[in-house]
Every structure is written in structure tokens, then in C-alpha cells.
Design a protein around this ligand. Structure first.
Ligand code: NAD
Ligand code: IPM
Ligand code: MN
Length: 356
């Protein structure tokens, strides 16, 4: 039987509080379904490590992680001590690039029992995927500052869209859309204002989409697309977006389902040449860290996505069912209108899987 090797990186802030609950539920599911896991806890890729060593990770980080089957990740960032671009480019963004995790798959779903901030919406009416390009686009270190410190200061920040990088994420999104009942794909664009890359991106969507006649496609400018996430969320099935647009949409979507504390993500290298990484959409939440009140569901659902990717669909489904039940019956954390602690909510979900 295969033993799955998992690197466990809690990171910073509430990453350190939700990870134990992710592991609690992961272990419960593994026990119930007879899945063998070898968990390797990793204390680096954190701002604490940076403070101690002057770097986010050891030099041999890649060798250490490359032998793993997957990475379970909490959150990184502690801007009070390390600038965010330093901590994130030194860890998470490096993983995404060096491990070619070019798909960032982010499900958005309104659950029974969770009050929806959009008037009158019921479960089933918000149920879509954001497929975010995860290795290029607007996230670059290309550019520079000229005449620095003068009134003529000029800042240039380049974006990068490759045909290879765009086609592969578009293809993934078309495949996902085709596998779903509604077979609908929304392509996020901004071809009216961003005059070079975005008309080109729309053209790549047409070219890739030619092979998917069953999939209906609409291209929407990111501004009105954002408005429709709020006003007509039932119109979305799969949404494909560039790195930055996908980042913004994947906080907005979950916000319309009550809280970003529920939203998971899968940073996938579909070819499995490198480990994929599973993490909540949310960050380290310094404003609530240390009180054990963070919602652990995003972390727990991310662990479920990992099990699915590792071939254990039944374990994934059981975890999602346990989450659904606890969202209806409680206990609930503060962002869900309850008073439970992170630990209590994690324990309740684990108990549904048969953990003692
Ligand atoms: P954030 O997601 O950490 O927090 C935004 C807001 O949502 C805060 O008010 C927070 O309390 C709340 N929140 C987040 N997760 C929650 C949870 N599980 N339960 C209840 N409430 C929750 O975003 P931010 O404040 O912009 O960033 C804080 C730090 O995290 C920064 O350093 C940022 O760069 C980093 N960050 C990291 C990741 C990541 O590692 N993937 C993602 C986003 C932000
Ligand atoms: C996310 C985060 C990251 C991103 C940050 C922390 C660099 O917001 O995973 O959504 O922008 O990709
Ligand atoms: Mn984000």
C-alpha cells in the first residue's frame, strides 16, 4: 500500500492555529479509510524562521520538499516583522513557481447553515470554481524604479503572459467546465483597458476553446464580473482568471458565502512532476492571532482536497460531509456567528469522522 509523504508547513499567525485542526481531521480520515500518511512537520517558511536566520527557508528547501507527495500549508506573512513581499516571495510564491503549480483551484460554495450576506441567496445558488493562473501574469519582479527619491520618480512593473502558461490554465478550466453539469466557463478579462495582454488572453481563450464545443463561454471584464459575483452569483460555474484577477475573485467569492474562513485552495502541478500544495485562501490574520478563534474549515477542506488529489475521493467526500454537518449543527467560530474556538470546531468535524 502506498504511503503518502506530506510536508506540513504551518507558517505564521493563524496558520499555526488552524494547522493542528487540519491535521486532526486528516488523521481521523486516514484512520477511517485506512490511508497511510507520513507527516513531516516543517518549522521554516515562516517569519519566525526569518527572524532567527535572515532567510525564509534553508538553502536545501527544494531538495527537502521535492521528495514529498504533497505540501499542506497554513499561511505565511507577519508584516510587523518581515515585509510581505519578502516573506511571500521567499516561500509560497517560490513553491508555486519552482514546483510549477500553475493551477490554483479555488472552490466557492454557499453552505446550508451559513448566513449569506447576499439577500435571498440559498445553497446551490453560489457554487462555482475560480481557476487562477498561478505562476505568471501580474505577479513579477520585472521592472524598476528610476529617478528614485526625486519628484520625477518613475515605477515600472511588468506583467508576463506566455502562450504556454496561458494555454495550459485555459485548457484546465475548459476541461473542468466540460466535466460539470452546466459546462459553462467565464473568462475574466480587461481587454478594454489593458490593451496588449488582455486582448491577447481573450484570443488564447478562443483558440483553446475551439477544442471544447460543448462548453459555453462568456468573457467578462473583471469590473462587471466582480459586480456579478455579488448580484448574480448563480450565473457562474467555472471562472478562469489571470493571477491577480484570480486572487481578488477568490476572496470576493468566499466573502459572498459568509466568510473567507471557509475557502480552500489547491495549488496544482497536474502532471505530478512536483508536489502540489494545499492551503486556505486566507492569510495569517494577525488581527485575530493568539486567541484560538480562527475558523479552521478552510484548512480542513484544503486537507480534503489534498486527499482527493492523492486518490482518496471517498475520504475527501467524508470530510466535506462532516464540514456540512457541523456548519448546520455547530459548533461555529465567530466569523460564522458562533462562539466556538478553533479547537472546538476542529474537534467537532473530526468527531463526525469517527475520531475519539
Ligand atoms: P488575511 O486573510 O490574513 O485576513 C483578512 C481578514 O480576514 C482579517 O480580518 C482576518 O481576521 C480574517 N480572517 C482570515 N482568515 C480567517 C479565519 N480562518 N477565520 C476567521 N477570520 C479570518 O489577509 P490580510 O490581513 O490581508 O493578510 C495578513 C497576512 O497574511 C499578510 O502578511 C499577508 O501577506 C498574508 N497572506 C498570506 C496568504 C497565504 O499564505 N496564502 C494569503 C493571504 C494573505
Ligand atoms: C493568496 C495570497 C497570496 C497571493 C499572497 C499572500 C502573495 O493572497 O494565496 O491568495 O496573492 O497569491
Ligand atoms: Mn489572496
Amino acid at each position: 500500500k502506498k504511503i503518502h509523504k506530506i510536508a506540513v508547513i504551518p507558517g505564521d499567525g493563524i496558520g499555526k492555529e488552524v494547522m493542528p485542526e487540519g491535521l486532526r481531521v486528516l488523521r481521523a480520515a486516514a484512520e477511517r479509510f485506512g490511508i497511510e500518511l507520513q507527516l513531516t512537520p516543517i518549522a521554516w517558511a515562516s517569519c519566525d524562521y526569518y527572524q532567527a536566520t535572515g532567510a525564509m527557508m534553508p538553502d536545501d528547501w527544494k531538495a527537502q520538499l521535492q521528495s514529498q507527495d504533497a505540501i499542506l500549508f497554513g499561511a505565511v506573512g507577519w508584516p510587523a516583522t518581515v515585509p510581505d513581499h519578502v516573506s511571500l516571495w521567499g516561500s509560497l510564491l517560490k513553491f508555486r513557481r519552482e514546483f510549477d503549480q500553475y493551477i490554483n483551484l479555488r472552490p466557492v460554495r454557499l453552505f446550508e447553515g451559513v448566513p449569506c450576506p447576499l439577500a435571498g441567496r440559498k445553497p446551490g445558488e453560489i457554487d462555482y470554481f475560480v481557476v487562477r493562473e498561478n505562476t505568471e501574469g501580474e505577479y513579477t519582479k520585472l521592472g524598476g524604479i528610476m529617478y528614485e527619491g526625486t519628484e520625477r520618480e518613475i515605477v515600472i512593473q511588468e506583467s508576463v503572459y506566455s502562450r504556454f502558461g496561458s494555454d495550459r490554465v485555459l485548457k484546465y478550466a475548459f476541461e473542468l467546465a466540460r466535466s460539470r453539469e452546466r459546462k459553462h466557463l467565464t473568462v475574466a478579462t480587461k481587454s478594454n483597458g489593458i490593451a496588449i495582454s488582455m486582448p491577447w488572453w481573450d484570443g488564447r481563450a478562443d483558440a483553446v476553446g475551439a477544442a471544447y464545443p460543448e462548453v459555453t463561454v462568456d468573457k467578462q471584464h473583471i469590473d462587471i464580473l466582480s459586480a456579478r459575483f455579488v448580484l448574480q452569483p448563480q450565473g457562474f460555474d467555472v471562472v478562469v482568471a489571470s493571477n491577480l484577477f484570480g486572487d481578488i475573485l477568490s476572496d470576493l467569492g468566499p466573502a459572498t458565502t459568509g466568510t473567507i474562513g471557509l475557502a480552500p485552495s489547491a495549488n496544482l502541478n497536474p502532471e505530478r512532476n512536483f508536489p502540489s500544495l494545499f492551503e486556505p485562501v486566507h492569510g495569517s490574520a494577525p488581527d485575530i492571532y493568539g486567541r484560538n478563534i480562527a475558523n479552521p474549515v478552510a484548512m480542513i477542506w484544503s486537507a480534503a482536497l489534498m486527499l482527493d488529489f492523492l486518490g482518496h475521493r471517498e475520504a475527501h467526500d467524508a470530510i466535506v460531509t462532516a464540514i456540512e454537518q457541523v456548519l448546520v449543527e455547530g459548533p461555529r467560530t465567530g466569523d460564522l456567528g458562533g462562539q466556538a474556538s478553533t479547537t472546538e470546531m476542529g474537534e467537532a468535524i473530526a468527531a463526525r469522522l469517527g475520531a475519539r
